[in-house]
Design a protein around this ligand. Structure first.
Ligand SMILES: NC(=O)c1ccc[n+]([C@@H]2O[C@H](COP(=O)([O-])OP(=O)(O)OC[C@H]3O[C@@H](n4cnc5c(N)ncnc54)[C@H](O)[C@@H]3O)[C@@H](O)[C@H]2O)c1
Length: 436
């Protein structure tokens, strides 16, 4: 049988190169083996490197890592920039141009709409995290869009996004509301508080200090900074060095960080200590919200009592009153004095309580809800666990009244009536027996 001649040297190479045998020239064989193994190693290392690179790029930003531009980012491009510009367009030259962080949140939605309605330019920013039902945030986003407010999806830790936003719009003010809220969740996910309330806030301030002109900043601190303070009502002059939760500690840290950036860079900064804000489009993790849900479902609710059977009370503050306080803080904020990272002179630094000045026991909150929902609650009374909650809150608002003309007007029953009306329309079928 005649043998077929190989058409080229390549035909001699079998599919398993390791088994390739040559009769002559042993050193050549060794060199070839060495080269083959080397190229195999290089090939596999390259595969491995490419895999690692892909994983790094595609993985979502971890709360403990700084954000990076990834394939998941939904910002950038001419039509995106057009939406940003249009949303931030103010109606008159006297209006403000405000970046609202946490815009798809409870307070952020209300503040953004109030500003937009009076003619200010408003752009929202929110990372739509899953701390509570994301659908509620998406529905708030739709409401904002109907009111002409575009919400950019992104994280406050993303410096390149923030810089881009400042490239496109010269914001006169930042209303910084993005945060990891909630006291009890800190025991499950402490990192999220550090990520949003500390690292995120510093990132916002870093970008604000560098831009020219620097914006004035109004941001949400919290009544929780009063912690174990027992002097009532809580005044801005009272001690705030005994936080009872990590949430409170991160808000207190925010106040100190604000002081630093004001001192070094001349940023005008106003902190607002909100007291238990409630109302339509509220937060499902708050008692008035989940009590309503559970009462309507016939599920038992737990009411905590303080030691010695004392009642737990909150200075519940209706959302519209808080919004007025936020808008007044923006309107009275003086300009930052620095530019391009350099301080130009002393700048405004303020802290205000925004509360209602009339604490109501949680048991009374439940009585009002029972009346409005026409359903008797199944109550379990338990001693308050040590999970970060405090016994009571009570705001002294004289400073806010003096400087912001802040004057809360909604009592708890009136505010809850509005909340329950919204709740029943937002969750149709959840209850049919309400009293109006
Ligand atoms: N509601 C209250 O009773 C109350 C009381 C005291 C203080 N506050 C403070 O007021 C602010 C607003 O509170 P809220 O009740 O509207 O809470 P919320 O949770 O409804 O709103 C916060 C929003 O910020 C967004 N967010 C969180 N981390 C972010 C990040 N890293 N980047 C971008 N977006 C992020 C969330 O997705 C959310 O939509 C918060 O700073 C909160 O701590 C609220």
């Amino acid at each position: 049988m005649s043998q077929l001649k190989p058409i080229s040297h390549l035909d001699n190479i079998p599919s398993t190169p390791g088994k390739f045998k040559l009769e002559k020239s042993q050193p050549y064989i060794h060199r070839l083996r060495f080269h083959t193994s080397l190229s195999k190693l290089t090939l596999w290392s390259s595969f491995f490197l490419v895999f690692i690179l892909f994983y790094y790029v595609l993985s979502s930003p971890s709360p403990s890592l700084p954000s990076r531009r990834s394939l998941n980012d939904s910002w950038g491009g001419p039509s995106w920039e057009k939406r940003v510009t249009r949303s931030a367009q103010r109606r008159s030259s006297h209006g403000l141009t405000v970046l609202v962080t946490g815009a798809a949140g409870f307070v952020g939605t209300h503040v953004s709409i109030a500003l937009k309605r009076r003619g200010d330019g408003v752009l929202g920013l929110d990372n739509f995290n899953h701390y509570y039902e994301p659908q509620l945030k998406r529905d708030r986003q739709k409401l904002l869009e109907r009111n002409g407010v575009f919400v950019v999806e992104g994280d406050i830790n993303d410096s390149s996004l923030l810089k881009k936003l400042f490239d496109v719009v010269a914001f006169s003010h930042i209303m910084h509301l993005a945060a990891q809220a909630g006291v009890r969740y800190a025991m499950q996910n402490p990192g999220s508080y550090v990520h949003s309330n500390i690292a995120g806030f510093v990132n916002i301030l870093e970008v604000c200090k560098s831009v020219n002109p620097q914006p004035a900043i109004v941001w949400a601190s919290s009544s929780s900074v009063y912690g174990l303070n027992s002097k009532v009502p809580f005044s801005e002059k009272d001690r705030t060095d005994q936080p009872a939760s990590l949430y409170a500690a991160t808000k207190k840290a925010g106040e100190e960080i604000a002081h630093t950036y004001n001192h070094i860079y001349g940023l005008s900064i106003t902190g607002l200590r909100f007291f238990t804000v409630y109302g339509p489009w509220g937060r499902p993790d708050m008692a008035y919200f989940f009590f309503t849900k559970d009462i309507l479902k016939g599920k038992p609710i737990t009411i905590f009592e303080a030691p010695d059977h004392g009642s737990v009370a909150r200075d519940f503050t209706y959302i519209d009153d808080v919004v007025k306080g936020c808008v007044a803080a923006l309107d009275t904020a003086k300009k930052s004095t620095g530019s391009g990272g350099k301080k130009g002179g002393p700048a405004q630094l303020r802290i205000f309580n925004l509360g209602n000045t009339s604490p109501v026991p949680v048991s009374e909150l439940v009585n009002i809800l029972e009346k409005l929902l026409k359903v008797k609650a199944k109550k379990k009374v338990l001693p308050m666990p040590r999970n970060g909650d405090v016994k009571f809150t009570h705001a002294n608002i004289s400073l806010a009244h003096k400087e912001l003309r802040y004057k809360p007007e909604t009592d708890l029953e009136t505010g809850l009536k509005k909340f329950v009306r919204w709740y029943l329309s937002y969750y149709p079928g959840s209850g049919k027996k309400s009293s109006w």
